[in-house]
Design a protein around this ligand. Structure first.
Ligand code: AMP
Ligand code: MN
Ligand code: MN
Ligand code: MN
Length: 273
């Protein structure tokens, strides 16, 4: 079975429509695909008939949250995307994204950059607005040469230019996902660049909040990272998830379905469904 349980579409900051993503996933030989847009489940509504023969689509979401002073992404897998709890959670997050976008635009104005809110909104094209849309606007006006530079110079890099104060606590997002019948997954644990002991504390807090799985494989990653995260899965008895965090073609480190296998002793998250 080829699974990819972390992907984005035009409903958030991905470049493919839900239907295009499904077609690409089929072409890549994926049999289990989760669509996990940032703070929205709109992609599932866009797909009239989610499954396409050989491919099963799992409804998902990726919530922006905070734990202590750290921004943390929590993926929800196998959720009831039509549930009232998901509906209101995504509405809350949409408002938070909008408030944060205004805060980012205000910051940019202080740098002499005007109209970035409208510019980013246009790039979001009705989807969940995020920093990548600001990055594209900043490139379009020539303020920076690449989106990566926009993140570095204006959008807070690994931090968050809008401030993580806009996001709900990690525990709140875990509860939303549980209430919607899904499995809460700690996304891309290595991306937070935490020390070993602080990452352990995060995993422990996630477990205590009701977390169920951890992304042992997140795109192309070093063997040492896989070893470290697999150890966390064993220590805190998490099921194991795997996902590319696909956003657009042309990123070899996050290509659809290009994932090393999960360590054989771990329980794949789909075995718990
Ligand atoms: P947001 O959800 O608005 O906080 O934006 C976070 C998203 O920005 C991530 O999911 C990535 O898609 C993208 N991103 C984060 N860091 C970078 C970077 N350095 N360069 C380009 N894109 C990035
Ligand atoms: Mn993204
Ligand atoms: Mn993420
Ligand atoms: Mn993601």
């Amino acid at each position: 079975m080829t699974a990819d349980l972390h992907t984005h579409t035009t409903a958030s900051d991905g470049s493919l429509t839900p239907a295009q993503l499904r077609a690409e996933a089929c072409a890549a030989g994926i049999s289990l695909l989760a669509i996990t847009d940032h703070d929205t489940t709109a992609a599932m509504r866009a797909l009239e008939r989610p499954d396409d023969g050989r491919l099963t689509i799992i409804p998902g979401v990726e919530f922006s949250t905070r734990w202590q002073r750290q921004g943390v992404h929590i993926v929800g897998l196998n959720i009831d995307s039509a549930s009232s709890v998901m509906h209101s959670a995504c509405a809350t997050q949409s408002e938070a994204r909008d408030d944060r976008a205004l805060a980012i635009a205000e910051r940019l104005e202080k740098h002499g950059i005007d109209d970035s809110y409208a510019g980013a909104r246009a790039y979001a094209a009705g989807g969940a607005i995020g920093r990548p849309h600001f990055a594209r606007y900043l490139v379009s006006i020539g303020a920076v040469a690449t989106p990566a530079q926009a993140f570095k110079k204006f959008l807070g890099g690994a931090g968050d230019a809008g401030g993580i104060g806009h996001w709900p606590s990690m525990a709140t997002a875990v509860e939303w996902i549980r209430d919607a019948g899904g499995t809460p997954v700690l996304a891309h644990p290595a991306k937070y660049r935490l020390t070993r002991s602080r990452l352990g504390a995060l995993a422990s807090a996630f477990r205590d909040a009701g977390g169920g799985a951890i992304e042992v494989i997140s795109g192309q990653q070093k063997v040492e990272v896989t070893t470290q995260i697999a150890d966390l899965a064993r220590r805190y008895k998490f099921a194991a998830s795997t996902g590319s965090d696909f956003h657009e073609p042309g990123r070899p480190w996050a290509a659809l379905g290009r994932l090393e296998p999960l360590p054989g002793d771990l329980t794949p998250v789909w075995d718990t469904w």
